[in-house]
Design a binder for this molecule. Structure first.
Ligand code: NAD
Ligand code: TYD
Length: 347
């Protein structure tokens, strides 16, 4: 197959590209990425010379360009990850999220429909989405594939909209699709604007750890390589026109997670116990902050046998080790425009 992976230079996308290039030499992998602040070709240095890997620099918002590459490369499958992905940025610039996440997704659907319309067999449009489309849980319950959409942030509203478009193309035009909605990921190559990589960087730099509100917000964390493995399974074996929830069975209140991270970092950095916890600083809450996300990943487990392969403690340790061993990566992404973002967001 000729497979287009969008957003392959980003955090999750780079793990998906690496997995497909290495594990599926029978497929040609085309990584399309606009290389926004979140895209980084350093993430793929180890596979960039592989004969089944090709990089295309381009913007999914540009319909002409998207149509052109579908005509040229005749993709049989699409795994769509390109997105604006950070909730805080969506609060300051919602339109950027509408453009890439909604408009960009529809451009891809149109381009795929145009070349597949005479024969949809053996074709697949895989849309990678988030559990945030379901809104917020209270103290109990889990998100199921049947949970009604109820997004609260401009980010989750844009992802919900793109999910609806993918389903609508399935119903209206017969587009063969699968959608997965995954919980919070963590791991190597994560841009330091999200909680875990931001706090790892701040602990290294001895900077305050800005915990929003009372720190009691809860997320369900999954190691990124486990997500990439789930995507591989669903792409090859998932049922057409189905949605699968993916999660870590691993809920943490932010403050407990931050304390565990501080403990592990103290050990790794040879600092005395309790040093990093002193950096915890409670700051103004995020507007519209969802209280709790938690996934019931029973469907993908039963149908495809998927389950997470590492515990949170193991995954977090691997993640910390990666950041400590890749100081240059961290320095490169935190220079320049990152400083401006940080000042605006936190000072
Ligand atoms: P990311 O922000 O790290 O990477 C996004 C990538 O998309 C970057 O490489 C960026 O350059 C590229 N991109 C952005 N706009 C583009 C455009 N207009 N055209 C082409 N490329 C563009 O994101 P991520 O965390 O890796 O998330 C990937 C996908 O997974 C997203 O669709 C996100 O909604 C979804 N998701 C993320 C998480 C998570 O915890 N990070 C959880 C569930 C689902
Ligand atoms: P984040 O990594 O932005 O993921 P999401 O909002 O998509 O779940 O945030 C995870 C949790 O951590 C969320 O409850 C917000 C909180 N948070 C902080 O307390 N401080 C921060 O600086 C950041 C970025 C997030």
């Amino acid at each position: 197959m000729n497979i287009l992976i969008t957003g392959g230079a980003g955090f999750i996308g780079s793990h998906v590209v690496r997995r497909f290039v290495k594990n599926h030499p029978q497929h040609n992998i085309y990584n399309l990425d606009a290389l926004t602040y979140a895209g980084n070709l350093e993430n793929l240095r180890d596979v960039e010379k592989s004969s089944n890997y090709h990089f295309l620099k381009g913007d999914i918002v540009d319909a002409n360009y998207i149509n052109e590459i579908f005509n040229t490369y005749q993709f049989d499958g699409v795994i769509h990850l390109a997105a604006e992905s950070h909730v805080d940025r969506s609060i300051t610039d919602p339109l950027a999220f509408v453009k890439t996440n909604v408009f960009g997704t529809v451009n891809l659907l149109n381009a795929a429909k145009a070349i597949w319309v005479d024969d949809f067999s053996e074709k697949r449009f895989y849309h990678v989405s988030t559990d945030e489309v379901y809104g917020s849980l209270g103290a109990d319950g889990l998100f199921l594939e049947t949970t009604a959409y109820d997004p609260n942030s401009p980010y989750s509203a844009s992802k919900a909209s793109s999910d609806h478009f993918v389903r609508a193309y399935g119903e209206t035009y017969g587009m063969p699709y699968v959608i997965t909605n995954c919980s919070n990921n963590y791991g190597p190559n994560h841009f330091p604007e999200k909680l875990i990589p931001l706090f790892i960087n701040n602990i290294i730099e001895n900077q305050p750890l800005p915990v929003y509100g009372d720190g009691k917000y809860t997320r369900d964390w999954l190691f990124v390589e486990d997500h990439a493995r789930a995507i591989d399974l669903v792409f090859h074996k998932g049922r057409n026109h189905e949605t699968y929830n993916i999660g870590g069975f691993n809920e943490w209140q932010n403050i407990d997670l931050v304390k565990l991270l501080c403990q592990q970092m103290d050990v790794k950095l040879g600092r005395s116990e309790g040093t990093s916890e002193k950096l915890i600083t409670y700051v103004k809450d995020r507007p519209g902050h969802d209280l709790r996300y938690a996934i019931d990943a029973g469907k993908i487990n039963k149908e495809l046998g998927w389950e997470p392969s590492v515990t949170f403690e193991q995954g977090l340790e691997k993640t910390i080790d990666w950041y400590l061993n890749n100081e240059e990566w961290l320095n490169n992404v935190t220079s320049g425009s990152y400083q401006e973002y940080y000042q605006k967001m936190y000072n």
